[in-house]
Design a protein around this ligand. Structure first.
Ligand SMILES: Nc1ncnc2c1ncn2[C@@H]1O[C@H](COP(=O)(O)OP(=O)(O)OP(=O)(O)O)[C@@H](O)[C@H]1O
Ligand code: SF4
Ligand SMILES: [Mg+2]
Length: 329
């Protein structure tokens, strides 16, 4: 098997938000890598740290965020051969990476679009940023690649004149115009109906196939993730608790939290969706033992005392549970 080239490496990322003399621990010492041309998904319940992780990749976690000195986010630029630590980069290097190398698509495309300008103008501006000729044909080509059939007409529309799906496609066209190497799609379809959700995610996957762009898909919807992701990272209470290929995580989950999330996709005997007991660990707490202890149906007494460490199976499947064996080859 040919290993894909590394695009981004995150090591020991810890993000806190100080508030009222306390620290909210949003992301707790996580490490992972993204490869060229892969769709990686981050899954987990609301508040587990998905968006803070994604924003940190662009050094956009916000001015209130306190990122530990040990945290490292290395971006590998194949074109220039340069490696940049995003968290230590100067403004010029950051500007080069943000937008041009990494594009961010959020659930609210309005926030990425300027209400004062037409879709065509905004795509042309993205092309100019890439120092490329922004002729009408190039603009229309980006809109067409983003799945907009009537590109001539759409190019002349302002954001408020477009549907939600069209706005999201325009933001994707801007990412294409920039020729971004990584598209971070943070719940990109949560405001769209299920048909449009599929269309947008199929579009992102086609772009990966045709342009080799990597995609980081953030979602709490394991159905969607199961359809589109190559690799899956599962987060709980700011930690990564399991990661691996789609099949490893969805077909042979190891961590009790992943198993519980998968159970939540099924209905109980009354037709209601199941849920995981208790809420996620308080983000302000500095717990001892396993963060999933209270909610776990496989726990032992020792889980409340000893913190689990990340273990790796021979096939690369990783999980953080002290009650599972790493060497079950
Ligand atoms: N700017 C901020 N200031 C203070 N706390 C924040 C800030 N941004 C996020 N948080 C907190 O950090 C934790 C992780 O938030 P994050 O937005 O990453 O969750 P998420 O997994 O993306 O959730 P959702 O699925 O609801 O989008 C939460 O407890 C959240 O309240
Ligand atoms: S370490 Fe213990 S409490 Fe934590 S997930 Fe594993 S079995 Fe459950
Ligand atoms: Mg979020």
């Amino acid at each position: 098997m040919i290993e894909s080239a590394q695009l981004l490496k995150v090591r020991n990322l810890t993000v806190d938000f100080p508030s009222g003399g306390r620290l909210l621990h949003a992301v707790r010492n996580i490490s992972f890598s993204l490869s060229e041309g892969e769709i990686t998904a981050i899954a987990g319940e609301s508040g587990c740290g998905k968006s803070v992780t994604a924003l940190s990749l662009m050094a956009l976690a916000g001015k209130d965020a306190s990122i530990s000195a040990e945290s490292e986010i290395i971006f590998f630029d194949r074109e220039s051969g340069r490696q940049t630590d995003i968290l230590k980069a100067d403004r010029k290097s950051l500007q080069r990476i943000r937008g041009r190398k990494i594009a961010y698509i959020s659930q609210d495309p309005f926030s990425a679009l300027d209400p004062m300008y037409t879709a065509g103008w905004q795509v042309a501006e993205a092309l100019r940023l890439r120092e490329k000729k922004a002729g009408r044909q190039e603009v229309l080509e980006c809109l067409r690649m983003a799945g907009i059939s009537d590109c001539e007409r759409t190019a002349s529309l302002y954001p408020h004149q477009m549907s939600g799906g069209m706005r999201q496609r325009t933001v994707i066209a801007m990412a294409l115009a920039l020729s971004a190497r990584l598209i971070i799609a943070d719940e990109p379809t949560s405001n769209l109906d299920s048909c449009l959700q599929d269309e947008i995610l199929a579009l992102l996957r086609n772009l990966r196939d045709s342009c080799g762009v990597s995609i980081l898909l953030i979602s709490h919807d394991l159905n969607l993730i199961g359809k589109y992701a190559d690799r899956i990272i599962v987060m709980h209470a700011g930690q990564i608790v399991e990661s691996g290929s789609r099949t490893q995580v969805l077909t042979s989950p190891v961590h009790p939290y992943t198993k519980a999330l998968l159970e939540c996709m099924k209905e109980d005997e009354r037709g209601n969706l199941k849920s995981i007991p208790h809420s996620m660990t308080d983000p302000y707490s500095t717990f001892t033992g396993c963060a999933f202890y209270k909610r776990c149906c496989e726990k032992t007494d020792e889980c409340a005392i000893y913190s689990p460490e990340m273990k790796t199976l021979s096939d690369g499947h990783c999980f953080m549970c002290r009650c599972k064996e790493a060497d079950n080859e």
